[in-house]
Design a protein around this ligand. Structure first.
Ligand code: IPM
Ligand code: MG
Length: 358
């Protein structure tokens, strides 16, 4: 089969991991007889430098037309002082919104071969964990009214957290449906002891929960959740939460897996088309050094193969390749074991391709 993939290399380490992902996809194509055609899209800082905007309308259209979008990373120090509407991150937020990708799926699982990289106590690491964070992605404080005004204390700035029943309902359904195919447990995370938006969130989640009598559903306050993730991550199966809480908690969960360089994500809407990206950022401090870990992006490719392109065995082949390289002791700098020497990003990519071709 033939597929059109929009590829956004972006900024910082982005081009390095995008190149790794494309090489892996090509190896999958060769092995399983598919053709992946790439439409390269400038977005983020690179687009600001070229066109003065985080993403041009033409490039946005390329994303909307593709069978799927693969994004590496956007942002960097260079553009940090630009006003909000011109920052590189705006490209990502714009793509998510324009494509209607309201559900961000972030699996966090402790790979058995990476137990030594997990910062938790041995008892907790030995138990392992395997959770999916379902983050609402096109609402909440990321998209609510914001601005500046003069107040009694001088200049004020505000951002607004606002959720509608419809937004909560559809993300809750994604979480419950996922839980049905797993350990049938949903933890909804909010701050209902303080925020009205969280109280509505809770009401709606409980309403949806009634449709899924087999799924055990509980609520947890976000501050407690931050603690529970460290104390006992194995208690979580599917977490469902708002845009901002999901952003924060998924970074926390990623550290438990050993490195933020390990976590993939899928952003989905009503249809099959999705946006796939590692949860980490552009890491400008290590850009161009060929030391970035490509595995989060490569695992995002696996999610794309499975969820958008319907290629399950191809997805498994990629995931098995990742498991094999880790099993064989190959590590990039961020997940290094005592006594091993780190592989470069390009070397790790070559190891993955060897595994896929086997
Ligand atoms: C993420 C990132 C983005 C977010 C940034 C780059 C806008 O942190 O995908 O988690 O906050 O959603
Ligand atoms: Mg984030």
């Amino acid at each position: 089969m033939e597929f059109n993939i929009a590829v956004i290399p972006g900024d910082g380490v982005g081009p390095e991991i995008a190149s790794s992902a494309v090489k892996v996809l090509d190896a999958v194509g060769e092995k399983f007889g598919h053709k992946f055609c790439y439409d390269y899209v400038d977005a983020g800082g690179v687009s600001i430098d070229k066109y003065g905007v985080p993403i041009t309308e033409e490039n946005m259209q390329k994303c909307l037309k593709a069978d799927s979008v693969l994004l590496a990373a956007v942002g960097g120090y260079k553009w940090d002082t630009l006003p909000g509407h011109l920052r590189p991150e705006r490209a990502l937020l714009g793509i998510r919104k324009s494509m209607g990708l309201f559900a961000n799926i972030r699996p966090a699982r402790l790979n058995p071969y990476l137990k030594d990289a997990c910062p938790l106590r041995a008892e907790a690491a030995d138990k392992g964990f395997d959770m999916i964070i379902v983050r609402e992605l096109t609402g909440g404080i990321y998209y609510g009214a914001r601005g500046r005004r003069n107040g009694e204390g001088g200049e004020e700035a505000f951002d607004t957290e606002c959720y509608s029943e419809k937004e909560v309902e559809r993300i809750a359904r994604v979480a419950f449906n996922l839980a049905m195919g797993r350990r049938k447990k949903v933890t909804s995370i909010d701050k209902a002891n303080v925020l009205e938006s969280s109280r509505l969130w809770r009401e709606v989640v409980h309403r949806v929960a009634k449709e899924y009598s087999e799924v055990e559903c509980s609520d947890m306050l976000v501050d407690n959740a931050a603690m529970q993730l460290i104390k006992n991550p194995s208690q979580f199966d599917v977490i469902v939460t708002s845009n901002m809480f999901g952003d924060i908690l998924s970074d926390e969960a990623s550290q438990l897996t050993g490195s933020i360089g390990m976590l993939p994500s899928a952003s989905l809407g009503e249809g099959k088309v999705g946006l796939y990206e590692p949860i980490h950022g552009s890491a400008p401090d290590i850009a161009g050094t060929d030391t970035v870990n490509p595995l989060a992006t490569v695992l995002s490719v696996a999610m794309m193969l499975r969820l958008s392109l319907g290629l399950e065995k191809e997805a498994q082949a990629v995931e098995e390749a990742v498991d094999s390289v880790l099993k064989n002791g190959y590590r990039t700098r961020d997940i290094l074991n005592n006594g091993t020497s780190p592989l470069k990003c390009t070397e790790m990519t070559r190891k993955l391709i060897e595994e896929i071709k086997k």
